[in-house]
Design a protein. Sequence first.
Length: 340
Amino acid sequence: MNEIPVPEIFNPFPYQINPYVEQTRAHLVEWTRRIGLVHREAARRRFEKADFGWFTSVVYPAADAVHLDLMSDWFAWLFLVDDQLDDGAVGRSAEHAGAVVARMRAVLESPDFGAAAVTDPDAPTAVSSLADLWLRSAADATPAWRRRYIRHLDDCLTTAATWEARNRIEGIVPDEPTYIEKRRHTGAIYVCMDYIDLVEHLDVPETVYDSAEFRSALDAACNVVCWTNDVYSLEKERSLGEVHNLVLVVEHHRALDTAAALECVCEAISAETKLYLTRECELLAEFPEHADVLIPYAAGMRTWMRGNLDWSSRSRRYEADSVGVRPETYLEPALMAVEP
């Protein structure tokens, strides 16, 4: 966002950061090397610029040290897989992406929580590293949480591997309502909100989670996060010919210039943040008997909206010298089993 300044985005939530941030930064460097997610020097430089350890620390400021490390590892995995699907050849081949996603699904559904896949020499790195994460996350989680998380991650990966891939192949710019609904899946934000349960040691009853009040609050928070990310990743995605960005969707379908489209999206983010505050009040009023889980969950959604804005606006992942860099210089071929 060098030429067009980002309009002000309303965000009333306070900045917070986890005290274990430096420990988590160091852990993430070691884990990504050991697990094989990042090897090449160019990939390592790009990965470290993103500073996912800091990102994790501002969206989960209350996490203990063990869970903060786990969250940072999940972030690294999600973003690196997302880069493969968004920027790489695999994201333009629904068949190839679908085959890798099927192996990921098998890990999530395995009775050993992925233990065997961690050391499978034939597994793509994205699959074996997912197994490592799932083994560390699922064993102590409730069955309801595991079912919910598997559904959300599967929706995320499948939507990216099929819907987004097909749009790229066929040159389709999705309409606004469709994009907004799909973006909550492709952005893995339902997945990331699920981590609130792990970090805060919560067990949201399924009847509450599936209620209209909970879903409307959650969707508003997720929209704020996804649209904010679209604002700050705009130039990177435009340089790669990507169409899955709300600013680009608005620009295309409303026939606006970039500055006007950006203004529209930032106004929409501010409005959605205010809508979230209304929906949060309605949720707490509807289920006062579950305040012990809903208050910390709502706090988690708030820190996600604020922390994501702080990270997106400061992250070097989207800075000027990242725009226009060709994916083949930073994507790791072995991650999704793509030949060099």
